[in-house]
Design a protein around this ligand. Structure first.
Ligand SMILES: [Zn+2]
Length: 125
């Protein structure tokens, strides 16, 4: 691939009409004001998802926590699910790639949904 070709790839591309229509419905909601903003957000999240899936692996989980192995850091994030929220001790955060990865897992989504109904302060999944 030449440099000229790479630059051309960055200029723009056509979207299927069906996707464009779905995007237009979102403009004016979620803070979006243009298709470009939606596209950037969607691509950013998708790239993060791919990156996460390469480096992160579920070790095990119970009702009160999830262990996520991070092969990039060489550590296991022992994520805690408590009535006051979700917490990752590796990042000292309630929103990090380990938590986002955990919340993508169907088993964890079930637990979080159940606990939310019980009044736990957990993210909507
Ligand atoms: Zn983390």
């Amino acid at each position: 691939m030449t440099n000229t070709k790479q630059r051309d790839d960055n200029k723009g591309f056509r979207l299927p009409e069906s996707i464009a229509q779905e995007m237009d419905k979102l403009i004016g909601t979620h803070g979006f004001t243009s298709r470009a903003e939606i596209a950037k957000q969607a691509i950013r999240e998708y790239l993060e998802k791919i990156r996460s899936e390469e480096n992160l692996h579920m070790v095990n989980h119970g009702d009160n926590g999830v262990k996520v192995r991070d092969t990039k850091l060489g550590r296991v994030a022992d994520i805690q699910i408590t009535p006051n929220g979700i917490y990752c001790p590796v990042c000292d955060a309630s929103n990090c790639e380990h938590i986002r990865f955990a919340l993508m897992q169907p088993d964890i989504q079930k637990i979080v949904t159940k606990k939310r109904k019980e009044g736990w302060k957990l993210p909507d999944v």
